[in-house]
Design a protein around this ligand. Structure first.
Ligand code: SF4
Ligand code: FES
Length: 369
């Protein structure tokens, strides 16, 4: 897959850019979906390179930039990055653990034009929060940070990743998000990529727990209406049809890694034979429109049966290419989460498996907290 390719139809502009500005992070969550082979600090693009990416993204039609990581606050130039995104006309969203952002740094971000903050929370109380994040005192620091954010009138969303260890706390997590002053809470099951895939056996909840959680979420949506908006991302392995991963490959979004590789999705580098162009060597528009990787699974032309003739092929786009690869060995297969996939029994087996006795492996490569 080396020669640039041009698809037949006009390619719509992407809406969002996920800027993974660093893989450094003070936390060590076992459900981290970052790759096992993390980019080092010395690999990271500098401020000027990121600002050029934001300008190119805006020119391409991108509306939102999500500053993510790792922990974006590990970068000393975070306020400059926010200012660059805002100057380019992008809506700037910071996805953070809150660790490393004190009052002074938050004021710099507000001054730079930051529009929104998504704060990760691992549990509803301190002991479990610290245990899941791997950093003592982290939950208390997150609470303090949330208070600083809301005091400045900045809209706040709480992100909570759900797994076997905290699935019993979802109700408490929603109430914690309300107490923290959030306008939205995203309750999302762990996605099994990177470190989370390595720890899947220890993280996957039981079928009974997932069924109970669905009922809890439905009740909470009614009970908390007007107090908070709940976004619920159900677990893949217990679904009837797969998620439309990244809203379809090369349709709405692109990820730029700390070293400048441009990916259609978070885990694309796990797919062999794809060649990832970088913003160091190519313009973002050229990558979006012409790179072999973005065109590899764009649209429906690449599909095999049962997806090729399925009525849902433009609803879920065959699910997740990376998950199809991980579980079936071929990224062109239907995501085996789909009950129509000939490989679906693999997922059924995993969803019914006994909990693992071993503790999960924590992701490494921390930044100073
Ligand atoms: Fe989606 Fe393919 Fe399953 Fe149809 S067969 S629902 S397109 S994954
Ligand atoms: Fe790669 Fe879903 S994570 S397509």
């Amino acid at each position: 897959m080396n020669a640039p390719t041009r698809p037949q139809e006009a390619i719509p502009a992407p809406l969002a850019l996920l800027a993974e500005v660093t893989h450094r992070c003070p936390l060590a969550c076992a459900y981290c979906s970052n790759p096992l082979d993390l980019d080092r600090r010395s690999d990271e693009m500098d401020t000027a390179a990121w600002l050029r990416v934001f300008e190119e993204a805006a020119a391409l039609g991108v509306l939102h930039v999500h500053l993510s990581g790792g922990e974006p606050a590990a970068r000393k130039d975070l306020a400059e990055l926010v200012a660059g995104g805002a100057r380019a006309g992008l809506y700037t969203n910071l996805i953070t653990s809150g660790i490393g952002l004190d009052e002074r740094r938050l004021d710099e971000l507000v001054h730079a034009g930051l529009d929104h903050i998504q704060l990760s929370v691992q549990a509803a109380e301190e002991e479990a929060g610290d245990r899941f994040s791997g950093l003592s005192g982290s939950h208390r620091r997150k609470r303090d940070f949330a208070a600083l954010v809301t005091a400045r009138g900045l809209p706040l969303t709480i992100n909570a990743v759900i797994h076997r260890g905290n699935i019993g706390q979802v109700e408490a997590l929603v109430h914690e998000a309300i107490a923290l002053g959030a306008r939205r809470v995203e309750i999302a099951h762990a996605q099994y990529y990177g470190w989370a895939l390595k720890n899947r056996d220890a993280l996957l909840p039981s079928r009974e727990a997932v069924t109970g959680m669905r009922a809890t979420m439905a009740r909470l949506r009614t009970e908390t209406a007007g107090a908070i908006v709940i976004d619920y991302v159900p677990p893949d392995y217990f679904a009837r049809y797969p998620k439309p991963c990244v809203h379809g490959w090369g349709r709405q979004s692109l990820n730029v890694t700390p070293r400048g590789k441009v990916l259609p999705c978070h885990a694309a580098e796990t797919i062999p034979d794809l060649e990832f162009w970088t913003v160091r060597e190519h313009a973002l528009a050229e990558i979006w429109e012409s790179s072999p990787t973005f065109n590899a699974f764009r649209g429906t032309g690449w599909m095999r049966e049962p997806c090729a003739s399925c009525a849902r092929r433009e609803v879920d786009f065959g699910g997740c290419r990376c998950q199809a690869l991980m579980l079936t060995g071929d990224a062109r297969n239907a995501d085996p989460v789909c009950t129509l996939s000939p490989h679906h029994a693999l997922v059924e087996k995993m969803a019914g498996a006994e909990p693992a006795a071993r503790p999960p492996t924590r992701r490494g490569y921390a930044a100073p907290a």
